[in-house]
Design a protein. Structure first.
Length: 202
């Protein structure tokens, strides 16, 4: 068994054997941003990254470091995983997204009415619930159709809800890049980019 972990620095991530100090693989990010969060779900590695001027991006890799897809986002996200898909709430546009893990395709994006509400998501069977302190929306997981159930809202009183638990999985694994040596220092950081290209970019 290999004692390994994945580390991120500006423009790339690397899987390192911490005993031999060998790079098992190195993968470039699609943009020359700093990784802020590295997460693993099933056969996928999701890397969230950001630039010094506030732009954000996500790159998805397989377990061998092969790039599967990448996408611009407006802020960091907390994916709610459900089989081959995940859901998240956009920070700026306030939309709720369903995304394919395999391709990065947006299956649907829907925007609840109003701007001054922040939603958190849970799954209950075939329903996606979006919960704010003002209302609860029922969203069909297949097509994104939204329903404001007055009966459910009256029964649960969303303003009083402080925590939830449903189906689906959320991950919070993170590797910070706020400390450590600069690129080019001793160890894997001396490798500037992965196979087949430079880590340089935007």
């Amino acid at each position: 068994m290999t004692n390994s972990a994945i580390f991120g620095k500006k423009g790339f991530i690397a899987k390192i054997d911490i005993n031999t100090l060998e790079s098992l693989w190195i993968a470039n990010l699609s943009k020359n941003y700093k990784p802020t969060n590295i997460s693993n779900y099933k056969d996928f590695i999701l890397v969230q990254s950001s630039s010094a001027w506030g732009s954000h991006n996500i790159d998805c890799f397989d377990l061998e470091g092969k790039t599967l897809w990448s996408k611009d986002i407006d802020s960091g996200i907390s994916p709610l995983n459900d089989g081959d898909y995940f859901y998240y709430c956009g920070f700026t546009d306030k939309k709720i997204y369903k995304v394919s893990w395999k391709t990065g395709e947006i299956i649907f994006s829907v925007k609840p009415a109003g701007w001054f509400k922040t939603y958190r998501l849970i799954i209950a069977g075939n329903q996606l619930l979006a919960i704010s302190n003002k209302d609860i929306l029922l969203i069909d997981k297949d097509n994104g159709e939204m329903d404001l159930s007055e009966e459910l809202n009256q029964f649960l009183n969303p303003n009083k809800i402080t925590s939830t638990l449903g189906d689906g999985e959320m991950f919070i694994s993170s590797i910070s890049t706020t400390s450590g040596g600069a690129e080019g220092s001793e160890g894997y950081a001396g490798v500037a980019g992965g196979d087949g290209g430079s880590s340089g970019g935007e």
